[in-house]
Design a protein around this ligand. Sequence first.
Ligand code: PLP
Length: 399
Amino acid sequence: MIYLDNAATTCMRREAYEKMLPYFTEYYGNPAGAYELATNSWDAMEESREQIATLIGAKKEEIVFTSGGTESDNYALKGYALRHKDKGRHIITSKIEHHGVLNTCKFLEKNGYNVTYLDVDEYGMVKLDMLKNAIKTDTILISIMMANNEVGSIQPIYEIGNIARQKGVMLHTDAVQACGHIPINVKEQKIGMLSASGHKFGGPKGVGFLYVQSGVELEPFMHGGNQESGRRAGTGNVPSVVGMGEAARLADIEMKEHMEYTVRLRDYAITRVLKEIPFTRLNGHRVKRLPGNMSFSFQFVEGEAVQVMLDMRGIYVSTGSACSTGESQPSHVLLAMGLNEEIANSVVRMTISRYTTKKDIDIAVNAMKEIVFKQRQLSSEYKEIINPRKRCGWRKWNG
Ligand code: PLP
């Protein structure tokens, strides 16, 4: 098996798994209790909070545990919008956000808020001028993702943070794909709220966190007990929080090494694909992209066909389509970047990790080359174009 879908989820770190185990059977106390078994759980959650805070340059009390990235996005947007509705009802986001943000914005629109969805350029980057121009007197919140899950583009969050701070607007960033993979410092980047998810950086699924800068007020997301300082009621998921904390600790100390490793491997793969498979383009920013992300469009080929055929060989990748009501739709991210439907449907995304080897990449690229070539033989448009008498310069598409 060659797993190249680490943006969907990562393999859990064994150290994180082992650290979780005693919290299922041995230290099972409710962290809210007052006796030793309970304080063991409490202390473990606090240790994890500290590890996560260290990873993003925050203070321990600024970390709220959630059930994952989607909940963190929902909590940040709804919690802030509800609490600050008297100051204004305008929110700014981008067209390439994850549905955790986009669908929360749609919900807010139905409930009396106005949302501006910013365009992005052909590399999937938010345009700063547009952002500046979109801020109005009643703008309360900007939510721009740190890095995109499909094409890997890393947004200029530092500059966005400066704009938000100058205008006195709260900045939330969905850092689900970035956290644990690239350096983050919420203070330097002037981020007010940040969403992240454990399973994207070697922790367990179903757990995440929201960083909320000290002093920022949010309407509580879950009502009930006083857990998470009254912000998120309900008994904490102690084992998962412990696993996420350990994954965060490891990500922090190994980040430089992992970044160097994955960037080298990623660039090797990108070079091979663009050189050896004609009529191919790399989607997203060439440099400002997540260390493990590659998104290619293979013209004249359906991304899904490539995915299925790679799957038959035990190679797991994803496509650029979102499956809704049983029908594949070209992704909103690729369309927002100006790709036409045909090119958006020809996307294959490969996302690598510290466990991916050069041999894995070679096997995957060789297989992809063969599959793309065979699939293109079925395309009359392709045959027309490679006809030497009709060749019309598609080759310069590569790169
Ligand atoms: N935000 C982004 C950018 C993501 O990529 C994802 C998951 O793919 C999420 C949010 C949702 O995270 P979770 O699966 O933890 O709910």
